[in-house]
Design a protein around this ligand. Structure first.
Ligand code: ADP
Length: 214
């Protein structure tokens, strides 16, 4: 999951010339029992914010083992750090309330002010607490620790037999794809995904122009 997230955000980070790093403690067991959708959603929110509020420097996703005394369980500290704008002390509590965005967030910045409120609830439901440490002008770290059960080998589901798309089969005619999307990052992402697979891609931002090209 951590590696997928890194993959998912690498492109956005590169576009903003940010260094995205994954620090993954390899001794964390590969299989743990946790609500994967909630955990993924929380990390997506935190990484999205980190990239959104960082002009230069780096964003890091860290997964490290934390101490635990229980058998068959592992505690993991998840942390998303950035070298971005930081959050003033008076705002550090408020940002977890629904619809709160700090005064330093330009009104035009995409978002609803709901991400952190939902993330805090989700982390609570998974048995942890979402915390922030931040210094204005230097950056922020959002972190939480979850204690997760390690399932026995007999409990693991069948491995996923779905393959990975490598590319179109060679020796066919060229397939062309027209990508029409006004959001720059999304257009470039979709175009590059299709190009990697082997499509000849034409990507444009504008609907009227799309009709002409078509
Ligand atoms: P949204 O990102 O949709 O505005 P969130 O609930 O995710 O809403 O965040 C609330 C506010 O907290 C943001 O608008 C921003 O002011 C502040 N914030 C969140 N993450 C960061 C961060 N990594 N660096 C600086 N400010 C942040």
């Amino acid at each position: 999951m951590a590696r997928n997230l890194e993959e998912m955000f690498r492109f956005r980070a590169e576009e903003q010339s940010l260094n995205l790093t994954l620090e993954l403690d390899e001794t964390i067991p590969e299989h743990v029992e946790v609500d994967g959708r909630k955990l993924n959603q929380v990390l997506i929110n935190l990484l999205g914010n980190a990239i959104k509020f960082t002009r230069e420097g780096s964003v890091t996703l860290e997964l490290h083992k934390a101490p635990t005394s229980e058998d068959n369980r592992v505690a993991v500290r998840f942390a998303v750090s950035d070298t971005g704008s930081g959050i003033a002390p008076r705002d550090q509590r408020r940002i977890f309330e629904p619809f709160v965005r700090t005064d330093s967030t330009p009104a035009a910045t995409e978002g609803t002010g709901l991400g952190l409120a939902i993330s805090k609830d989700y982390v609570g439901l998974m048995g942890g607490e979402l915390l922030v440490e931040s210094e204005e002008g230097l950056g922020s770290t959002f972190s939480f620790t979850l204690s997760m059960r390690i399932p026995g080998a007999e409990e693991l589901p069948e491995p996923d037999k779905q393959g990975v798309v490598m590319g179109l089969q060679t020796g066919q005619r060229k397939f062309r794809a027209l990508v029409v999307e006004d959001h720059n990052e999304r257009r470039t992402l979709l175009a590059s995904l299709l190009e990697t697979v082997g499509f000849e891609v034409h990507a444009i931002p504008d609907g009227q122009e799309a009709l002409e090209v078509l």
